[in-house]
Write a protein that binds this ligand. Structure first.
Ligand SMILES: [Cu+2]
Length: 74
């Protein structure tokens, strides 16, 4: 799992756009985007790792992706 901090989202359309962008990245299983927390939780397919730079760049086309951090699964 990864957490991405994203600024510039204003409504559910923005949320849907970010979700689509993240779920189009290789290896991504699903992305949960939380508007009020400026946060996306990215879940990977088994064994897959996220290309964090590519994911940040993709989101940065429309929004401001601040950081992408791996989160240990519990
Ligand atoms: Cu919007």
């Amino acid at each position: 799992m990864y957490e991405m901090v994203i600024e510039g989202m204003h409504c559910q359309n923005c949320v849907a756009s970010v979700k689509r962008t993240l779920e189009a990245q290789p290896g991504v299983d699903k992305a949960e985007v939380h508007l009020e927390r400026n946060l996306a939780i990215i879940t990977m397919k088994p064994g897959a790792a996220l290309d964090e730079k590519a994911a940040l760049a993709a989101v940065n086309k429309d929004f401001t992706a601040k950081s992408c951090t791996p989160v240990a699964l519990q």
